[in-house]
Each structure stands twice: as C-alpha cells, then as structure tokens.
Design a protein around this ligand. Structure first.
Ligand SMILES: [Zn+2]
Length: 434
C-alpha cells in the first residue's frame, strides 16, 4: 500500500480553498463532469456515476477503476500532491478494490504537504510559487518558420508600406520577463520554463538540441521501447521541419509540464499570442481581434485510453482545479477586455472553439484538453490575449517603445503583462484574505 513517512498534512488556507478535504455527493462530481469534462457526450459510456461510486471503464466496457465516495477526499489529496509514477502504481494496485478507513487515513497522513505557505515577509505574495510558461521558443526567423510561429507580411498604413515581422516565441518571452519581475516585487517565487529568448525548455536552442542531443535521445527512447523501430527510423531520416512536427513539439511541451510540476506551483500562467484562424495563410493583416483563455477539461473518448491521462482526468474531476483555473482565467479575460480593449472570442470565431472546446459560463474562458492544461498539476490560465495579425495590434507589437532593462520592447507587451499581473493579484487577494 501507498505509505510514506512524510509529515502530517496541515490544512493550509490554500488547501481549504481548493477544498480537497471535504466530501461531496457523487452528484457534485457528475455536475462538474457534465459541465467541463465530457466533450459532446463522448465519455458517456466510459465514465459512469452511481450514488456511492464512480466507475471508469475500458474499451471493452469493463470496469477498469472504481472510486468509492468515501475514498474521494484521500484520493483527491493524492492527485494534487503525489508524483505521477507513484500515482500510476497506486491506481494499478487499486483497480476496483474498496480501500478501508485505515488505508484512507494512512493516505491522508502521508500525502506530501506541498501547498503549505511559508510567508517570509510582509509582501502580499510572499510564500506563493508561480510558474510562468512563455509559449514557443523561436526568436529568429529560421526557427520561427520551423515552429510555424512567424508572421511576415507587408502592411500599409497612411500610404506607407511597412514589413511586419512577428515571432510569437519572442513576444511571449518578453511578456513573461515583465510579468515575472512584477510578481517578484510582490514577494512571489517565480519559475520560468525558458531562461533565454531563444531557449527551449531544455535550456538550449532548438538548433543546438537538434545538433547535439537528437541522436542520443532517440537512441535511448528506442532502448526503453518508448519509440518503435519504425518511428525511430522515420525520425532519424526526416527533415528538421517534420522532426519538429512529429516529435519535438510534444516532447518539449512534456518537458515544460515536468519542470512546472517539479516546482509545485500554487498557480501556472501559460502565455500565448493568437492569430485570426480565418486569415490563413497570414500574408496580410486582419480586422478581427479577440482574446481567450483555456483551462483543462473537454476530454474526448480517446483521451482516456492511457493510464497517465486517466490520472489527469481524475484530478480534474475530483479536485477544485478547474474552478480555480476558471477563476484566474475569468479575471484575466476581464483585463484583456477592459484594459487591452480586446473582446472575448465567441464560439464561432474559430473552428477549434466549436470542435474541441467546451465554453464555460465566463466569456472567453474555454475548457480545452491541451497537453499543458491536462498535465499541469495546479490551477492555471492559458492566455491568448489578442490576434497578432490584427491591423492595429501588428503595428503596436512592432514598436519597441518600452524600456525593459537593456533592451526595448513594445509597450503593448507591457500592457499584456500588466493584464496578467492584475488578475493574479486579484486571484490571490480572494484566496488569502488578510
Ligand atoms: Zn501560441
């Protein structure tokens, strides 16, 4: 059984707000499932709710895992604080077994107390850990082309033609640096998933990784059978562009999730800048502009096939993470709308908002089962503050008119960072009233 000699869990202000230790009726979890997790009824036959238990079934419609009502407080506490490998072992052993009260007690006293708050000073965010993920990694044109995150087009204003060159990975990094500084001033401990503008989450550029680490990584994944021989040979011989699409994009995102989870953040902020989907192939500016924030949820049937994904699903189902993510995301959306004057996206603004998202009751906040919204074990906001290709925004994002240490960045970036910052301050003020 899963017992460790760790300290006794103390209910911190944050944990009690997260609410993991309070038992709810199964109906409460069913309502959360219907509202945020079950995309187009795809999980109707996979996840079943009874008054005393929740059953997860496999593809043969056999019961794969049963969570009994009295187990939920202990299991939800574990889901937020234990390592993924330990959870996999726990659920493999558990299956349909009903844990007795002695076993449940031993879980509750052994769970790591990772959310406790050690205030070091009087600053409002003292003791709070915040992870910031600046989306993508390119900061030069060639890498941005591989990453498919380059906007390059001619733009006419006042009879003058400018060339617009925007690299999303550069904008997200500048935003992250400003946000990190502002949060540190308030006492927060900050983790950035990338330390330099051109660095990936592996600490080096994509180019350097490709030259120095690609072969070693592929060889070891073949050895551990995480890659089939067929896929291995394909990845060895394909172009750099294909290698990014087939392998590196997801591999690097998993590294971001790993770094974030090792930091045990109280909150994670994932920063992106959108484009107008209907402006494809983005060789001109668009008049459209919208913002949105993603949170976890919106699972499809296939998403529940692996044991890892089942664990992530259970965490979103049994803890208050979705509600907390919705809260920080709705504050962020209000700032995007009111302070940046970018309105909230409506479902018909992009096809993915209709096909793979569940809209929440807050404008612009959508459940979406992205790798990071699924893997990160903390409340989170995954922000898309604007369309970079909007005719006004592309100009504002091209003006380096704000001084950031030794370099100059667009003032618009400062405004975006400020929108996230104000939302974060409000979120923690609610959570930790003095
Ligand atoms: Zn992006």
């Amino acid at each position: 059984m899963f017992i460790k000699n760790n300290c006794i869990r103390i209910i911190t202000p944050i944990l009690s707000c997260i609410g993991v230790l309070f038992s709810q009726d199964i109906q409460f979890y069913k309502a959360r499932f219907d509202k945020y997790l079950n995309l187009n009824h795809q999980l109707d036959k996979v996840v079943l709710f009874y008054p005393d238990k929740i059953i997860l079934r496999n593809i043969n419609e056999q019961s794969d895992l049963v969570i009994y009502k009295d187990e939920i407080p202990a299991i939800s506490a574990m889901l937020e604080s234990e390592k993924l490998n330990d959870l996999e072992v726990f659920f493999q052993n558990k299956k349909n077994k009903h844990l007795n009260s002695r076993e449940l007690d031993s879980i509750l006293i052994s769970v790591n107390e990772i959310y406790s708050l050690n205030k070091k000073n009087h600053l409002p965010l003292s003791g709070i850990r915040i992870a910031i993920d600046p989306g993508h990694f390119a900061d030069d044109i060639n890498t941005a082309k591989i990453e498919q995150r380059l906007l390059y087009f001619k733009h006419k204003t006042n009879n003058k033609i400018d060339t617009i060159t925007l690299i999303e990975g550069k904008l997200t990094f500048q935003t992250a640096i400003i946000l990190a500084e502002k949060l540190k001033e308030q006492g927060a401990e900050i983790l950035l998933t990338r330390q330099k503008s051109n660095a990936t989450a592996f600490g080096i550029s994509f180019e350097e990784w490709y030259q120095k680490r690609k072969n070693v990584v592929l060889d070891s994944l073949l050895e551990t059978k995480e890659l089939t021989k067929e896929k291995y040979l394909k990845l060895k011989s394909c172009s750099k562009q294909q290698f990014f699409n087939l392998f590196f994009r997801e591999y690097e995102l998993l590294q971001r999730a790993k770094i974030i989870n090792a930091f045990n953040p109280h909150l994670s902020v994932i920063i992106h800048f959108n484009v107008d989907e209907k402006n494809n192939p983005w060789n001109k500016a668009t008049f459209k502009n919208y913002s949105m924030c993603f949170i976890g949820g919106a699972f499809e049937e296939n998403d529940l096939k692996t044991s890892t994904n089942k664990i992530h699903f259970l965490r979103l189902l049994l803890t208050n993470q979705i509600e907390n993510s919705k809260k920080i995301s709705s504050y962020t959306m209000q700032n995007f709308e009111n302070n940046l004057s970018v309105s909230a996206a409506k479902t018909n603004d992009a096809t993915y908002l209709q096909s793979v998202c569940i809209p929440s009751e807050n404008p612009g906040v959508f459940c979406r089962n992205l790798l990071l919204t699924r893997h990160i074990i903390s409340p989170l906001v995954y922000g898309e503050s604007m369309c970079q290709d909007n005719f006004k925004e592309c100009q504002l994002l091209s003006q380096n008119n704000y001084k950031l240490k030794e370099q100059k960045v667009p003032y618009r970036i400062y405004e975006v960072a400020k929108a996230y910052f104000d939302a974060i301050m409000k979120y923690f003020k609610d959570l930790l009233p003095n």
